[in-house]
Design a protein around this ligand. Structure first.
Ligand SMILES: [Zn+2]
Length: 278
């Protein structure tokens, strides 16, 4: 795995200079490569790992297991995943071997960030909306696999259990967006980062994190962090930075839009004058 890193030397969330550790932009468990060195204090690391683990262990355990994404606890990688079998009027949740399981990727559709009042969503979602969307993964398995599964387990139907915490998911996106933007421009080039309080749980994440429902990166490409893709957006003449995030680039997963913060005006002018992206 190729790992690229940028040195920070201060907690990017609370500005503490003590007890710093490296911060992965995309979590290690989702194969993230971009690392901010010495960028999170232990108190903030405890906060960010709590919401990341909520998503990684509860919401994304199926895809992580089937894709054999990295884990620091290899021996604890599950050998079975839960499925719900429907037989007549009875529903039961049972653990089945990995090869039988149909892991789902739950990635919600979000309305536009509340701070971008004039931005409209392609499918008409309102600002701050959260609509869970279940992607079966990998898609090519579906029909034949499902038929075999119903026969093997003598069931009339199967359902796939899943759960997602709205706030934890938005906070994970906010963290990823902030880290990738710092990775792109450098920490010192930001005059203000709006996301700090939201990531630490003291501000509304829906104000900064959302989606316009478009598929811009999917069509036009962006920069890669393993199997995930990003675009850092800052129109010419503006200081405000947005990060566009698409988790799992090779599927029709939603693209998220996160309002990160403002660059120092002199730095933004320098980039503009020289037609630089970062
Ligand atoms: Zn901190």
């Amino acid at each position: 795995m190729q790992r690229t890193s940028v040195y920070v030397g201060e907690c990017i969330y609370c500005r503490s200079k003590n007890g710093l550790s490296d911060e992965h932009a995309i979590p290690f468990a989702l194969k993230g490569n971009n690392v901010l060195e010495k960028a999170s204090c232990s108190a903030c690391a405890a906060i960010t790992s709590r919401f990341e683990l909520s998503i990684l262990r509860r919401t994304m355990i199926g895809p992580r297991t089937v894709l054999e994404l990295p884990t620091r606890r290899k021996k604890q990688r599950p050998l079975q995943l839960p499925m719900i079998f429907v037989r007549g009027d009875v529903k039961t949740e049972e653990l089945v071997p990995i090869d039988d399981a149909v892991p789902v990727l739950v990635l919600p559709e979000l309305g536009p960030p509340e701070s971008l009042r004039t931005l409209r969503h392609v499918a008409g979602l309102n600002h701050g909306d959260f609509k869970p969307n279940v992607h079966t993964f990998p898609i090519e398995r579906d029909a034949e696999h499902l038929r075999q599964l119903l026969a093997k387990y003598q069931a009339d139907a199967v359902e796939i259990p899943w759960e997602i915490d709205h706030e934890d998911f938005r906070r994970m996106l906010a963290k990823i967006a902030m880290c990738e933007a710092i990775f792109c421009f450098g920490y010192q080039q930001f005059e203000e980062i709006y996301l700090r309080s939201a990531i630490l749980g003291n501000d509304r994440t829906s104000y900064w994190v959302g989606s316009d429902g478009a598929y811009d990166i999917y069509l036009e490409g962006g920069f890669d962090d393993s199997s995930h893709v990003f675009a850092i957006m800052r129109p010419h003449g503006y200081t405000e930075v947005w990060t566009r995030i698409k988790l799992w680039n090779k599927s029709m997963t939603p693209e998220y839009l996160v309002v990160v913060g403002r660059l120092r005006p002199s730095y933004a002018r320098f980039l503009d004058a020289h037609h630089l992206i970062a």
